[in-house]
Design a protein around this ligand. Structure first.
Ligand code: HEC
Ligand code: HEC
Length: 215
């Protein structure tokens, strides 16, 4: 398993190697590269806060998220010379344009080490109850699987493939569910796209609200 992972990493590195080499050559006279903390408290902080605990509901909380998942998303936001970005985001695509593969890896590790300050927005009790049932048990009638089976019973996710969702802003989560549904977000190997396929608008709202209260 480790070996396969390493090979995938190597293949990914090989693809960006020419780019990285160019960067190193161009930067050789410049100062030492910025640390993840410097990048995070610089350009990223305006939207995600320096420690990744975004307080703006549209911007995801990154603190405590799995390192591998964050690195994957950053890579997916980045278009290469030959391929468009795998995850479409006008905001984030410009943010990652200047990041190297190494920066993305270090940023993943940095945010993973920060303590999560979960979303504090209150939601309707009835909505939360509907969301709770769906999260833990799915909806057999509509063929919606339990979110817990991949994102874990506490919403902490399962390393390295299934991201943590607990405490995330409901507004961000709902936007992602809608984007998986329309195909605007399609960097999930169709896993999430299949999950949301049969969810009603109310179910999406309910599960997003419930997730924001998970600790
Ligand atoms: C202008 C605001 C803004 C800035 C600055 C910004 N982001 Fe984002 N970020 C967003 C938004 C909004 C999203 C959600 C994706 C979307 O809807 O386009 C996002 C999504 C992400 C995600 C995906 C999280 C997930 O759970 O899937 C990561 C990782 C991320 N940003 C990291 C960064 C890093 C690292 C920087 C600095 C280099 C940065 N962001 C700068 C607004 C911003
Ligand atoms: C079969 C496994 C599986 C199930 C079941 C599942 N998910 Fe996911 N989910 C994933 C994977 C894999 C990703 C990461 C996709 C990627 O790499 O970008 C993901 C990503 C997400 C994201 C995006 C997180 C972020 O930070 O942007 C949200 C939100 C989400 N899932 C919510 C749910 C909800 C709600 C349910 C239940 C209705 C659910 N998932 C059920 C596998 C699953």
């Amino acid at each position: 398993m480790k070996m396969i992972k390493n090979m995938v990493m190597l293949a990914a590195l090989a693809m960006v190697a020419p780019l990285a080499a160019e960067e190193t050559a161009a930067d050789s006279s410049a100062a030492a590269p910025a640390s993840a903390q410097e990048i995070a408290s610089g350009v990223c902080a305006g939207c995600h806060n320096p420690d990744g605990n975004s307080v703006i509901p549209m911007n995801p909380i990154l603190a405590g998220q799995q390192a591998e998942y964050i690195t994957k998303q950053l890579m997916d936001f980045k278009a290469t010379e030959t391929e468009p970005a795998k995850r479409n985001s006008p905001v984030m695509s410009s943010m990652v344009a200047a990041l190297s593969q190494e920066d993305m890896k270090k940023l993943g590790e940095y945010y993973a080490q920060q303590k999560t300050i979960p979303s504090q927005v209150a939601a309707d009790e009835k909505l939360l109850e509907t969301g709770k049932i769906l999260y833990h048990g799915g909806n057999i009638e509509n063929g919606i699987p339990a979110c817990a089976s991949c994102h874990g019973p506490t919403g902490s996710g399962i390393v390295p493939r299934y991201p943590g969702v607990a405490g995330q802003h409901a507004e961000y989560t709902l936007t992602q569910l809608n984007q998986f549904n329309t195909g605007d977000r399609a960097n999930d190997n169709k896993v999430m796209q299949k999950v949301v396929h049969r969810m009603s608008a109310n179910e999406k709202r309910a599960v997003s609200a419930y997730i924001s209260t998970m600790r």
